[in-house]
Design a protein around this ligand. Structure first.
Ligand SMILES: Nc1ncnc2c1ncn2[C@@H]1O[C@H](COP(=O)(O)OP(=O)(O)O)[C@@H](O)[C@H]1O
Ligand SMILES: [Mg+2]
Length: 232
């Protein structure tokens, strides 16, 4: 599903040069739920931004669903990301002027005019995340947990096989965060969606099948979450 080979990322030049990733090799199988952990500044978001095709590596190769994304033009990369990858962010990144339903429909509307069946699908997704009664609420009328659930519904509207989340519980209280994690796990279990989640939250990491630990731009630990928890 995802393969990184010798991936490096350098920002800036001269005294401002930062080697955010120093050679990352990682293979993630279809339907795997992987958490990426590590201290602040270790390169987690950089890694996720490269896999989500929001940015390009300085060196190395990234293949997603068999596609070497370094060979794509900027326009092709934008389409690839929109159509094939669902994204969720710590600060939700929703459009405040639209209601919940239209936020969910946004990826569709960037492609073409939304049809009746798209609206039905968006409503269905909002229902699945427990927001069936909030479809016409504006974003500012929702709680943080509700906003993140709208973001999840939006990420799923085009039926991606890959879902990427950067600190999806970072702005939620523990109860709301747990509900969000259960939804993510449900998406994987029901649809076989591959999920890669960056998190600081130990509980979040333990929901995943596999925990990858990043430090100073390299992977320092990679194993099944349960095995790590057992201290083995
Ligand atoms: N756009 C950027 N320009 C310059 N440096 C950056 C940029 N993005 C991240 N960095 C630097 O790269 C390193 C890794 O950052 P990041 O991937 O955001 O870490 P994390 O998500 O693990 O906290 C940090 O030292 C950060 O300051
Ligand atoms: Mg980060």
């Amino acid at each position: 599903m995802i393969r990184l080979e010798g991936v490096t990322k350098t920002y800036g030049e001269g005294p401002n040069r930062v080697e955010a990733l120093r050679g990352v090799d990682l293979h993630i199988a279809p339907a795997e739920f992987v958490s990426i952990m590590g201290p602040s500044g270790s390169g987690k978001s950089t890694l996720l931004n490269l896999v989500s095709a929001l940015d390009r590596p300085t060196g190395g190769k990234i293949t997603i669903e068999g596609q070497d994304i370094s060979t794509l033009t900027d326009d092709a990369l934008t389409l690839f990301r929109r159509r094939r990858i669902g994204l969720i962010f710590q600060f939700f990144n929703l459009l405040p002027t639209l209601d919940a339903l239209h936020n969910v429909l946004l990826p569709v509307m960037l492609e073409r005019e939304a049809r009746g069946e798209d609206v039905e699908r968006a409503r269905g997704l909002l229902e699945q995340v427990g927001l069936g009664k909030r479809t016409h609420h504006r974003i500012h009328q929702l709680s943080g947990g509700e906003m993140q659930r709208v973001a999840l519904a939006r990420a799923l509207v085009l039926g991606p096989k890959l879902l990427l989340a950067d600190e999806p519980t970072g702005n939620l209280d523990s109860h709301t965060g747990e509900a969000m994690l259960a939804l993510l796990k449900g998406v994987r279990d029901q649809h076989g969606t591959t999920i890669v989640m960056v998190t600081h939250d130990r509980n979040a990491a333990l929901v995943a099948d596999r925990q990858v630990r990043v430090k100073d731009g390299t992977i320092v630990e990679d194993g099944a979450a349960a095995r790590l928890a057992a201290g083995a």
